[in-house]
Design a protein around this ligand. Structure first.
Ligand SMILES: [Zn+2]
Length: 163
């Protein structure tokens, strides 16, 4: 870039060597030139300062920052391992399934509460076949109220038979 360079024409040939020089390369010719050229000396000094600042910002030397960086990198690696493992694919589905089974369990609980709450009144037999034995005193076979009435009726018949 031309606009970057404010150096006189005689210094242009050294300008391209600044980077290597700052990188540690030995350049006796440039060394000699820097001692006698204020412009190049300032340019190299500025570049070195900028490079130092950049390195300082890029590689924090303080201990907490290193620990923080290590922690961040460890987290990133862990996430990468997790994401690349086959189990990671199923994790959201497992979560969904656990949510669904929880919902199903709640639904079952609500349903059983409904059944327990409403079953006795639903299976109450008609007054005509009512005896001193209530249908609720016996284990209820799974079925509709009609079969409950039949059970009650057969129980009543047994009572009459033994009397
Ligand atoms: Zn110069």
């Amino acid at each position: 870039m031309f606009s970057k360079s404010n150096l006189p024409m005689r210094c242009r040939k050294f300008e391209s060597r600044f980077e290597d020089y700052l990188g540690g390369a030995l350049d006796p010719e440039l060394d000699a030139h820097l001692t006698e050229c204020e412009d190049c000396h300032a340019a190299v000094h500025d570049s070195r300062l900028a490079g130092d600042l950049l390195r300082a910002a890029w590689e924090p030397a303080s201990e907490p920052s290193h620990a923080f960086l290590a922690k961040v990198m460890a987290t990133i690696r862990r996430e990468e391992v997790r994401a690349s493992s086959p189990a990671a694919f199923w994790a959201p589905l497992e979560f969904l399934a656990s949510r669904l089974s929880l919902t199903a369990a709640m639904l079952l609980l609500a349903l059983s509460a409904y059944v327990v709450g409403f079953a006795p009144s639903r299976s109450t037999p008609a007054p005509a076949v009512r005896t001193e034995l209530s249908a609720g005193d016996f284990p209820q076979p799974p079925g509709d109220p009609v079969s409950n009435e039949e059970v009650l009726q057969s129980l009543a018949e047994m009572n009459y038979g033994t009397d």
